[in-house]
Design a protein around this ligand. Structure first.
Ligand SMILES: Nc1ccn([C@@H]2O[C@H](COP(=O)(O)OP(=O)(O)OP(=O)(O)O)[C@@H](O)[C@H]2O)c(=O)n1
Ligand SMILES: C[C@](O)(CO)[C@H](O)COP(=O)(O)O
Length: 230
C-alpha cells in the first residue's frame, strides 16, 4: 500500500485576523481551528502520517494544546516554519522520510471533508498533481497600476484554488528545490509544479472549505459546523 504524508502548514502570523492568539489556536466551537484541520487527516485511513509546520515559538503550545490534547497520534513531527508559506511547506517536504504521495493542506482550512481527501488521493494516482478548487462566483477584473480595469477574464474558466493539493512526492520535491534555488515564489504549491511543465488536474472542492483569514470567516465557519452537526 502507498505511503501518503499530509503536510499542514500552520506557521503563519494570522495578521489579518487581528487577534492576540494566533488564528490557528482560536476556538472554533469545541476546539482550536488547527485541531479541526488535523482531525480530518487523523481520521482518514488513507493518510499514513501527518507533519504539522508551526512557528518556532508555538511548537510547544501546539504540541500541548492540539496534538497531545486530542491524541492525534498520526502526527509524526511538529516542525518549525519559515517566513513564507512556501518556505514552511519546503521545510515540511524536507522532513518527509519516505512517501509516495504528499497532500498539502492549510492549517487555516478546518472545513475540508474526508470525501475531499479521498477524491484527491484517488486522482493523484492518475494525474500526479491534483488541486481542489471551486468555480468563482464573482466577476474578476485584472487591474492596472492606477486601479483601472485592464481586463475582464471570461468567468467560465476561472476557478478559486483551495487546498488540499496532492502530488507525487518526487515531483513536488523537485518543484520546490528548483523554485527555492531560483528564488521563485508562488502563493500556492501547484504553481511551482506547473513551472516544471507538469499539468495539474483540478477537482471540485467546496464553497464551505473556507480559509480562516479574517474575523467573519470564523463566524461563517461556526455556522457551517453547527449545520453539519444537525
Ligand atoms: N510563513 C507562513 C505563512 C503561512 N503559513 C500557513 O499557510 C496557510 C495559509 O496562509 P494564510 O491564511 O495567509 O495565513 P497567515 O499567513 O497566517 O495570514 P496573514 O497573512 O493574515 O498573516 C495558513 O495555514 C498559514 O498558517 C505558514 O505555514 N507559514
Ligand atoms: C494555498 C491557498 O490557500 C490557495 O488558495 C492560498 O493561496 C494561500 O494564500 P495565503 O496568502 O498564504 O493565504
Amino acid at each position: 500500500m502507498e505511503s501518503i504524508t499530509a503536510i499542514i502548514p500552520a506557521a503563519g502570523q494570522g495578521k489579518r485576523m487581528k487577534s492576540k492568539l494566533n488564528k490557528q489556536y482560536l476556538s472554533l466551537l469545541d476546539k482550536p481551528v488547527l485541531a479541526h484541520t488535523v482531525e480530518v487527516f487523523q481520521n482518514c485511513d488513507l493518510i499514513t502520517e501527518i507533519i504539522v509546520v508551526v512557528k518556532e515559538d508555538e511548537i510547544d503550545y501546539c504540541r500541548r494544546k492540539v496534538i497531545e490534547k486530542y491524541n492525534y497520534n498520526k502526527v509524526k513531527a511538529l516542525i518549525r516554519g519559515g517566513q513564507s508559506r512556501q518556505k514552511s511547506v519546503h521545510n515540511g517536504l524536507q522532513s518527509v522520510d519516505n512517501a509516495d504521495y504528499v497532500l498539502i493542506h492549510d492549517g487555516a482550512r478546518p472545513l475540508l471533508t474526508e470525501d475531499m481527501l479521498c477524491r484527491a488521493v484517488d486522482q493523484v494516482k492518475d494525474y500526479k498533481a491534483v488541486g481542489v478548487a471551486v468555480p468563482v462566483k464573482d466577476t474578476i477584473k485584472r487591474i492596472d497600476n492606477d486601479g483601472y480595469v485592464a481586463e475582464t477574464p471570461v468567468r467560465d474558466k476561472l476557478w478559486a484554488i483551495q487546498t488540499p493539493q496532492a502530488f507525487e512526492y518526487s515531483l513536488v520535491s523537485e518543484a520546490y528545490n528548483k523554485a527555492m534555488k531560483e528564488g521563485i515564489s508562488g502563493t500556492d504549491t501547484s504553481i511551482l509544479v506547473e513551472r516544471l511543465g507538469q499539468k495539474v488536474k483540478l477537482i471540485r472542492g467546496s464553497y464551505e472549505n473556507l480559509k480562516i483569514t479574517t474575523p467573519e470567516d470564523l463566524i461563517n465557519a461556526e455556522a457551517i459546523i453547527k449545520r453539519r452537526q444537525q
